[in-house]
Write a protein that binds this ligand. Sequence first.
Ligand code: GRF
Length: 203
Amino acid sequence: MARLKVGVLISGRGSNLQALLDACAAPDFPAEIALVISNIPEVYGLERAAKAGVPTAVIRHKDYASRAEFDGAVDARLRAAGIELVCLAGFMRLLSSGFVEGWQGRMINIHPSLLPNFKGLHTHAQALAAGVKLHGCTVHHVTAALDDGPIILQAAVPVLPGDDEDSLAARVLVAEHRIYPLALRLLAGGQAVACDPAGMLIA
Ligand code: GRF
């Protein structure tokens, strides 16, 4: 079975990366993580990748004069490794439109809210402030607009009395670790909604 070659972009602890690595360890999983790139050196996610025997690269955004040059370096590394699908997993950099266009239809993200609610940062604080009873997470295709691409999969969790940002984040994270590998499996196996390079759904 040919496995889809996946590159994962991270900036931190990499718990979602770990969920993807664990899923890919199953021999019948239709994707493999072939490269992990971090824009920050020495983050724990890099250790997780190394422990799983996955090649890693650190491409520091601070070493580049512009966002486009940094993105160009990331793009070149992904292409040199033959990556077919990019998974953003806690990657804390905005991507330039050129990069997004180049990978559109072949790049997905996990976002800690039930999109289209609570885009951007501090999603758990946003949910608490809004007083919602249901919160959750979303795996979606990445398009030019932030946290706006076609949705692949969502999971809902309750907001419980007494929740604070940390308790809510922890509950959502458990759901993230379930749906990111599931979404990857469905997408790599051709069973999930796909997205063409123009950001349109493919039936
Ligand atoms: C997750 O909550 C993810 O949804 C968001 O950033 C966080 C990354 O956590 N995009 P981790 O590095 O995967 O543990």
